[in-house]
Design a protein around this ligand. Structure first.
Ligand code: AMP
Length: 206
């Protein structure tokens, strides 16, 4: 099965993707994680995109599309994929349609006014990439899932969050209509506890 998780920053894509990926045995492909890994390793790509990501803008389409194409050509994607954070605009969606069009697009729906609080209280794990809200884990410095170190993403600050939301509204939200027209869009209420959102997703993908 070829699945896309669509939703604003902070809507819970990464969290749900990890759960779905394990349950359905699909490779979880997060372009954000791939970019952050490149930044951490100071690769040529990483050096090129660090300031773009920190500012909350989108990385260039040609680069992003190429990275995803390469990743999708790997053996573990033979039976499908779970894309998290790609596509982010119509150009990327069209490129994906030409190579490996999705079967379903799960849209995680959350009121935009709740997002800033979700993101600015977010702690992410260096190791397993899970994220948690400080309201749940307090000052804990180790990941409740794998024990890895927790960190605050450089782009999880109020200025970048504002820009990321603006980018979402202008560039990514049009994908909702794009996939609705294709009959592939499945909106899911993401303003619920993690397990409930996951259960609702499973009902539509099983
Ligand atoms: P994410 O982890 O999905 O929130 O992505 C973090 C950042 O990586 C975004 O704010 C963008 O700067 C960049 N990024 C991730 N995915 C894409 C994409 N599909 N197209 C362009 N930039 C992306």
């Amino acid at each position: 099965m070829k699945l896309i998780l669509l939703g604003a920053p902070g809507s819970g894509k990464g969290t749900q993707a990890a759960l779905i990926s394990e349950k359905l045995n699909l490779p979880h492909i997060s372009t954000g994680d791939i970019f952050r890994d490149n930044i951490k390793r100071k690769t040529e790509i990483g050096l090129k995109i660090k300031s773009i990501i920190d500012g909350g803008d989108l990385c260039p389409d040609d680069l992003t599309i190429e990275i995803v194409k390469q990743r999708l050509s790997e053996k573990d994607c033979e039976n499908g994929y779970l894309l998290d954070g790609f596509p982010r605009n119509i150009t990327q969606a069209k490129a994906l349609d030409e190579s490996a069009a999705p079967d379903k697009v799960i849209e995680l729906v959350i009121p935009l006014e709740k997002i800033e609080k979700r993101i600015t209280g977010r702690r992410s794990c260096v190791k397993c990439k899970s994220s948690f809200h400080v309201d749940l884990i307090g000052n804990r410095k180790d990941c409740p899932t794998c024990g890895g170190e927790l960190f605050v993403r450089d782009d999880d600050n109020p200025t970048s969050v504002k820009e990321r939301l603006a980018v979402y509204k202008t560039q990514t939200a049009p994908l909702i209509e794009y996939y609705a027209k294709q009959g592939k869009l499945v909106p899911i209420n993401a303003d619920l506890p993690i397990e409930e959102v996951f259960a609702d997703i499973l009902k539509v993908v099983k």
